[in-house]
Ligand binder design. Sequence first.
Ligand code: AMP
Length: 590
Amino acid sequence: MAIIRKTPFDLRVSPNFGDYDATRAGFSWAEVTRRMDGLPGAGCNIAYEAVDRHAVGAMGERTAFRFLGRTDPDGGIPTRDVSYAELARLTRRFTNVLRDLGIGKGDRLFVIAGRIPELYVSILGGLRNGTVVSTLFSAFGPEPITTRIQLGAGQVLVTTELLYLRRIQKIRDQLPTLRHVLLIGEDGATTDIPDTLDLPTLMAAASDQAEIAATTADDAALLHFTSGTTGTPKGAIHVHGAVATHYATGLYGLDLHSDDVFWCTADPGWVTGMSYGVIAPLLHGVTSIVDEADFDAERWYRILHEQAVTVWYTAPTAIRMLMKAGPELARRYSFPQLRFIASVGEPLNPEAVLWGKEVLGLPIHDNWWQTETGGIMIANTPAFDIKPGSMGRPLPGIDACIVRRDSSGALQLVDTPDTEGELALRKGWPSMFRGYLNNEERYRKCFVDDLYLTGDLAKCDADGYYWFIGRADDVIKSAGHLIGPFEVESVLMEHPSVAEAGVIGKPDKTVGEVVKAFVSLKRGVVADDALRLQLLGHARKRLGAAVAPKEITFLAELPHTGSGKIMRRLLKARELGLPEGDTSTLEAGG
Ligand code: AMP
């Protein structure tokens, strides 16, 4: 596929990351850390860098978050702006709420709420207090909530009255570590539910003044549960020092400038929504759009247009859903301010990269990272040409490589371009996770000498661009070939009838595994045998008989995690009639 060259239009705002080699060569994590204010005695606290240091002077008046409520009966989208100064005041109050309850440094706070202001205040106030914060996706049912709060031994829970009554009250006796439950009523109203406390009342009574906790860069700050597309979720521990990565990746990966209007569509229940929906934009003093409502193609175009979003960070599933909705809808809106679009979470099909250019006027920039890495590691950024289908190149401060095991099992660095192997990162970036909760052995297994093994298969080309092949567990072995599901899915996506494709290996006596595809179709397209044959033929022509799918099943929707990843493991379990395993992260309706 043709390379997308950047034009002067793409570069109308001077990129923070302009010369690839020179910026990387001149980069040091120590220098980034020096750009942070820090706390007395070489201390470090994410909330201080994100909020407190911007709350004084003229900067305090700038809008930190613009919260968009659900559409009102007249079709309007209600907004509430919270300035940096107000955010600081509210987080200090919440810090005092925790202190008054005897919750301090190292204790664990869980927050389960939709994208309402209290969610953000609780996260930042918790961090400010040195309390370890874990946000859980608000669509989780009682089961995943129980497992995670039990695993994390949560002492405090902030949630809404509705979520509490529907999902938590009945499991409360299974959560013996939980000392306090703080509730938010509908639209911030007060609540009166037995065995809980009313957060608005506590906030109103709390003082505006609160010393920040004496945390250091190595103190635990965040606990993120991985989304579990391939297995049981694990609790990854992140420290306050991760703030240096949040800052550097916001600068170089997302190209944030202080006058940007930034919209990260991820929910803070997932790592993207925390690192880039809360922390990084605040570190750069930008205004973030937070949409309380769920995905809706028309609403999203409207938000990009009406809020004059300049930098947009979203995910492949969302892009595929916009593609499914058709270009006419996008053409009803204009996006003259939009200057950079990035995507993460799953491989971004080349079709989607090009669709961005065609329909929104800008290509979509794929980037790669994981819960464990805490921030963006490999990215396509504004200044550089895009090779559609590649996740880009390592950011400054990130040393990536491809490794393979030799016949004795020893790890070898692969230096021949375009050779498949496991993607590894050299230790030393500040947001690297510091443990899996209660699973030291699993953590240790992720490292060999100074390399962190990501569990993803990839290759690196002669220009240093990385190409995703698949999760090691998803890769298909057929007649001696190693097939990455992404490649097959992308070819199926090229067909004008296909909205989304998920590909698995199905055990076969002769060839080991055959490639099987599950396909959902664009609106109005009829699923029939003629189309199936057409798709099989198209894939065979593009991929060759050895790699093309042998079977295609049409599904109305593919199963996704709440964070939007296709659950290939579940497709496989369902196909083979095997137990579905952990489905706690399955999106409702999947
Ligand atoms: P999680 O930790 O749940 O966010 O999942 C991280 C995993 O998502 C990575 O290890 C990859 O398998 C996948 N992933 C994230 N971003 C990308 C991307 N840009 N391209 C391909 N896979 C991705």
